[in-house]
Design a protein around this ligand. Sequence first.
Ligand code: SAM
Ligand code: DTB
Ligand code: SF4
Length: 356
Amino acid sequence: MKEQKNWSLAEVEQLYHSPLLDLVYKAATIHRENHNPNEVQISTLLSIKTGGCPEDCGYCPQAARYHTGVEHEALMSVKQVEIAAKRAKLLGSSRLCMGAAWRNVKDGKEFDQVVDMVKAVNALDMEVCCTLGMLTEKQAQRLADAGLYAYNHNVDTSEEYYKEVISTRGYEDRLKTIDNVRKSGVTVCSGGIIGMGESVQDRSKMLLTLANLSPQPESVPINALVSVEGTPMENLEPIPIWDMIRMVATTRIVMPKTTIRLSAGRTTMSREGQAFCFMAGAASIFAGDKLLTTPNPDIYEDLEMFDLLGLKPTDPFSKHPQPETKDTEYIANGEKVRWSRPSHSIEKNIEFSKRK
Ligand code: SAM
Ligand code: DTB
Ligand code: SF4
């Protein structure tokens, strides 16, 4: 296997600042060598537990200490999640990312319920991703055993700028959770936000942190800040689209095999701008009229954009095989549900080959 390149800050910054068309051309070439350039994954976000978070992330409308108008909502039931996942799948989503406004995962009834949600969505033949805050190695292993495909935990920015944005936890806490996820065998999804007042050097340092993880994250979401009234970042202006294009292109070059996700902030991006991002290596969008709590483009407008650009939604598990689950049952609405493997599953294939 080809050895992973160790990037330096000067190299990443030089890439970011290179003439835009050279940068995009280089990124697009690498993208085509490693991915199908006409495929973009449609993913859906689902806020399974909203608001009331004890952390002080300066960008986040779900932090309890800011008055943003986000209503606190208790943890959803497994049945509600199943219904939302089926709906998302019908609209073309192959990945469901369940987000909880938690500082960290606590063992107990609520975590057991999330484990059952993971089993239920995996049974629908969709990639299941969770973003629940900090996680121990043991908790990551439980999610892996339930069939979790990916865990999202963003580094968000450079280590230096992180202190300006969040005071209730440190950068090393983020890296520790990412390491716990990696050890469990679940794929790693980690990226960040641009437009929080950080410098280009901070953006480059963030990419350097991610690119120098070994192995590199399978998935990197790039968010543009959605500035929300009531948060300390309420007055920040949206970033120019050129910054997003540069960020996507640089990410593509330093992490050639990673799936880059064009995440928050698409409501202010034109179709031309997004097309440029797909050209530069973005291969996923979050679809549906809501992200976790903030607005997102209308799904039918996104599907029209796919048509216009000739893009095809990516099938689930095209990059990594579907995870196995260790048990066969989960609880939905107080009732035990038998785990039903999708038709192309290993077990069914074995059964089928035995019959022949
Ligand atoms: N509580 C968990 C955590 O912090 O890891 C999971 C949920 S949190 C909302 C997931 C990610 O959403 C954050 O790490 C951040 O990158 C992104 N995010 C939150 N608010 C945002 C905003 N206003 N604009 C852009 N991205 C945002
Ligand atoms: C990620 O990097 N972006 C998504 C997902 N991972 C969880 C979340 C975006 C949230 C935007 C703010 C909100 O809607 O509350
Ligand atoms: Fe809480 Fe996550 Fe929002 Fe931070 S980003 S306040 S940890 S929900």
